[in-house]
Design a protein around this ligand. Sequence first.
Ligand code: IVH
Length: 699
Amino acid sequence: MQNPSQGSLFFSEPPAPSLAPADARERLAALRDAIATHDHRYYVLDAPIVSDAEYDALYRELQQLEAQHPGLIAPDSPTQRVGGRPLPEFPAVRHTVPMLSIRTETDTEASGARAFDARVRRELGLEENDPPIAYLAELKFDGLAVSLRYENGVLVQGATRGDGETGENITQNIRTIRAIPLRLNTGDAPPPATIEIRGEVYMRRADFEKLNDRQRAAGEKTFVNPRNSAAGSLRQLDSSITAKRPLSFFAYGLGEMAGWKLPETHGDVLDAIERFGFPVDKHRQRVLGADGLIAFHQNIAALKDTLPFDIDGVVYKVDSLVLQQQLGFVTREPRWAVAHKYPAQEQFTTVQQIDVQVGRTGKLTPVAKLSPVFVGGVTVTNATLHNEDEIKRKDVRVGDTVIVRRAGDVIPEIVAVVIERRPEGTHAFEMPRQCPVCGSAVIREEGVVGAYCSGELFCPAQRKQALLHFAGRRAMDIEGLGDKIVEQLVDKEMVQSAADLYRLTQNDFLGLDRMAEKSAANLCAALEKSKLTTLDRFIFALGIRHVGEATARDLAQHFRSLDALMAADGATLVAIHEIGDVMAESIHSFFSEPRNRDIIAALCAAGIHWPDVAVAATTSGPLTGLTFVLTGTLPTMSRDEATRRIIEADGKVTGSVSKKTSYVLAGEVPGSTLAKAQSLKVPILDEAALLRMIEKPAS
Ligand code: IVH
């Protein structure tokens, strides 16, 4: 975050010093105006330009200053009401029972919960030895508060909170939310004459992503986060639009009520609401005393990122309704409830620079270098911008103020730019035309998102990954040539291309970190051994973009010689059944690159060779006629890989064991399949046995 500038209405302030009355008057007016503007943007326009933390800081400063100068509290001060004004387009609804807000503790978990518990006990006049208070702990959903009025069991009105006294009538829109029952389920019992169910309309994260995808596809405005998305959807004047938005609802309390026997505890109220047919979140829990609150806070902190929806904290409520009544309210906040927030997952910061990184396949990824900002529990300095399309869509520029989001272990991302804070003289980002590492031309293909460095094996940034790929088990299979060694070989400029590997001697390897005599000798032997390969492995090892193992085999089968493949033009390649346009172009441009041709020549000169390609036998392999079932985790192969190997060897893989199963391939922690195999007397293999069967020459 930038340095907080004194007197700024955007950034957090240090605690307000005591001001002379005239200065205080001026600052109060400025704060009131700023908060009103931010409220309007947040509650009415759904387009905030400050973070919650910045807003809170302004609000706190206003509260403090008003506390120091009570005579200067204006009737229109935001502290004198809660939330924003109703939109003029929706008819107003008066809340007979005001929709309150809850005091927020942002302190550390322990002191926040203890302070609340201590306050409650003090208010109730409890002594230290008195038993602990029972609380109902809930999640604090990050959506929009609504009140749903049912008369004789039928939904008659839905309203937003508005300023707590007066909200907006959004009944038509509320009716479109499927989670909200249109009629209470009271079984055989008569419904309450009047009951207002209060809760939060929100949007699930996955629904939010899908909605944004849809909005994007339709060329419409996307939303910054699920909360804004829910708010924007609920405030549609045309309810047919709301109906298309995936809104959800959780009930958490009651408003006005007549003709219903109130239970004794808030927990029982929620259970009753659930029986009426409303979604009530399952994480709610009755806990005892401050220790119980702290444990709940910790439990939820651990699982909050796995929830399908956003929460911004937890809420603690005194469970007994009698005690709630005794505790009462201070201004607009009940003394019996408190919200305990988690560190924000979204923060504002500025973009210092946009770097372009070259990835494994040569893909160029723009990365924003940010002014360090503490978000989601860590300090974030980088955020990926994925690709040029993404950067264009968000129009992120150097100098911009952006909203950064980091939830859990997810990579931090830039959610949106705050256009209002864009400095003058910025320029739209442009992808370089040349690779920032090796200077090769950058290529972009139609229909493929992203830009690539065309340097292939020549580009140092790609070289390490290319070498690792080349040495891989399914490619040249150079045992012992792992990432630590490749890293050193490239950094010490001992290796420019794969061909250089074969020029290295045992002495060269001995010069590397933590390389003993024995491993250096082994590595030399592995290199020597790798020289005898197959054409398809060699083609695959070259790491041509889009050419995987299967394509490499097809190419080897089709051309049967490297020279023929290298000479093939685009038309010849496309004529091959399995090869599409994109792949053909990639293969052709790879072999047209003189540097790649030089490397291939050097590899062959180093002694890499392969037997003539045999014409593939139609359908016969070492596993012809055999059926396998897989269970458990194999020591070196993934399930997919094992399946592929079996199929390549002309075997079959099925899902469940029967008498027809030839073998069960079992790894660690096998499932019930193993027991079934034993009972059916199906032979059981381990991975090594399977590999022996596959490697046995086909009969
Ligand atoms: S209870 C008198 N419970 O937080 C207490 N509120 O300032 C009334 N919220 O915008 C609120 N989850 O919409 C309550 N489990 C929960 C909540 C919750 C979210 C929101 C509420 C309001 C704000 C309270």
